[in-house]
Design a protein around this ligand. Structure first.
Ligand code: SF4
Ligand code: SF4
Length: 87
């Protein structure tokens, strides 16, 4: 499900800091985060992944509540207003 407008910022998850605790996954309102392993067979440590960027609202709840400071909100370049640069 896509958010009504592109989010101004999207979460960038640092896999080196992410412990796979799942807190962000559980509290993301549109449920656009999930846990993944680097191994396609599902072995090894999990870390959070933004699997549906267009569905992210940019609310930053995930970044604020990550206990390990693994999420930074970064500007979403595709969210520029349509009128920007038009004059
Ligand atoms: S809350 Fe932080 S440490 Fe936990 S899964 Fe999400 S990004 Fe990883
Ligand atoms: S910014 Fe909000 S909507 Fe986007 S992934 Fe984080 S908690 Fe979910």
């Amino acid at each position: 499900m896509n958010a009504p407008h592109p989010a101004k910022a999207l979460p960038a998850i640092d896999p080196a800091r992410c412990t796979g605790c799942g807190r962000c996954v559980g509290l993301c309102p549109p449920q656009v985060l999930w846990l993944e392993t680097a191994d396609p067979r599902g072995w090894g440590p999990k870390h959070a992944v933004l699997h549906d960027a267009p569905g992210c609202t940019g609310c930053a709840l995930c970044a604020v509540h990550c206990p390990f400071d693994a999420i930074q909100m970064v500007r979403n370049c595709s969210a520029r207003p349509a009128a920007e640069g038009s004059r």
